[in-house]
Each structure stands twice: as C-alpha cells, then as structure tokens.
Design a protein around this ligand. Structure first.
Ligand code: GAR
Length: 207
C-alpha cells in the first residue's frame, strides 16, 4: 500500500504515522506551504516531498489537478490528510473516493470547520476529541471511522485542548491507517466495512 500524506503545517500527525509500524509505505509528503515543518520531518525520514502552493494556481480546480498529477506520479493507493488546510474540489475528492482519510479535531458531526477548541470552550461542552473519517465532497462530513474522546476540565484552555487532542490523534490515526493498509477497513459503494462487517458507528476510544 503506497501512502501519500498531505500537510500544511507542523506535521505531528505525519510524525506519528512515520513512527508507527504500518504495513504500508509513506512514499510522498505533499505540502501547499513551503515553510511547513512537516516537510522537514519527511526529509529527515528520507521521504520524497512536493510543495505545490495553492497561490500559484488561479482556481481550486487547477491546484487540485496538479496535486492529483503528483499523487499519480507517486502511484498512491491511499491519501492521508494530516493537517492539510485546503478545501478540496468535488472532482478531486471523487477521484480518491474511498481512498482518502482525514483527521479532524472535534467529535464530528459537531464542529466542522475551523477553531474547534475555541468553539467547544465557548459552548461549555464536557466532551471533546477527534475523528478520523473518509473524505467526501462535503467538508468534514464523510463517514466517521474512529473517534477518541476526552473530558473537558474547567482548567482547559485552547492550548491545553489542542495539546490533549493532538495526543489522541497520534494514537488513533496510525491505527486507522493500518486498518486500511491491512484491508480490514474498506469502502465499498458508500459503505464502510471493518473486518467484513458494515461499520455502523465509529470505533470509540476514551482518554
Ligand atoms: C490536527 O489537530 C488536525 O486534526 C487538524 O490540524 C492539526 C494538524 O496538526 N486538522 C484540521 O483542522 C483539518 N480540518 P499537525 O500538523 O501537528 O499534524
């Protein structure tokens, strides 16, 4: 299984994937930002990198088409979004349907989009966490595969929640990627199967 990881920033989830014992191989790391620290991590692990800046393209479609071309060059089987902060076009998503995963810092369907930790604190939620899901054209709306859940304490701030959620992300993302690599996790005709059973609700991990 040949994996490409798409990043925009720090790349701690990329690091967790690099450190995990996956039966797949990370063959390329693609960033839309040339200064993403994730690129350093990839270089240190001797993994091919590509910088494709969205600013160099007049439209989302042309940017996505260039990314698609790069993924084909790498002969990718699985695309893993790890802090990749661009909205993808439906056409690109369709091409990777069932073969593209994302991790999101909230308990989806709650808090799609940005600033999830701030929004959790503003609402006074008691529970928070992260979700791994297949990517579909609608933002953060693909079927959830796994969620890790933490209890929000009265002392939590945006920073502590970000740090605590990151820890959970590093725990669940490699596991889900490994399920895909070992073909325990399959997408077939808009249905997710885990170990040959339809996955009706996400696997849940408690902090
Ligand atoms: C992670 O918390 C991830 O869930 C989030 O960006 C962070 C990237 O951290 N992704 C999104 O918000 C996508 N909508 P990292 O660069 O250290 O892996």
């Amino acid at each position: 299984m040949r994996i490409a990881v798409l990043v925009s920033g720090h790349g701690s989830n990329l690091q967790a994937l690099l450190d995990a014992k996956l039966s797949g191989e990370i063959v390329g790391v693609l960033s839309n930002r040339s200064n993403a620290y994730a690129l350093e991590r990839a270089k240190q692990a001797n993994i091919d990198t590509a910088v494709i800046s969205h600013q160099d393209f007049p439209t989302r479609e042309s940017f996505d088409a260039r990314m698609h071309q790069q993924l084909l060059t790498w002969h990718v089987d699985l695309v893993v979004l790890a802090g990749f902060m661009r909205i993808l076009t439906p056409d690109f998503v369709k091409k990777w349907e069932g073969r593209m995963l994302n991790i999101h810092p909230s308990l989806l369907p709650a808090y799609k989009g940005m600033h999830t930790h701030q929004r959790v604190l503003n609402t006074g939620d008691r529970l928070h966490g992260c979700t791994v899901h297949f990517v579909t054209a609608e933002l953060d709306a693909g079927q959830a595969i796994a969620q890790a859940i933490l209890s929000v304490s009265s002392h939590d701030t945006i920073e502590t929640l970000a740090q605590r959620v990151h820890q959970l992300e590093h725990f669940i993302y490699p596991q889900v990627v490994q399920y895909f690599c070992s073909k325990q996790l399959i997408w077939n005709n808009h249905q997710v199967y885990l170990n040959n059973q339809p996955l009706l609700k996400p696997i849940r991990f408690l902090d």
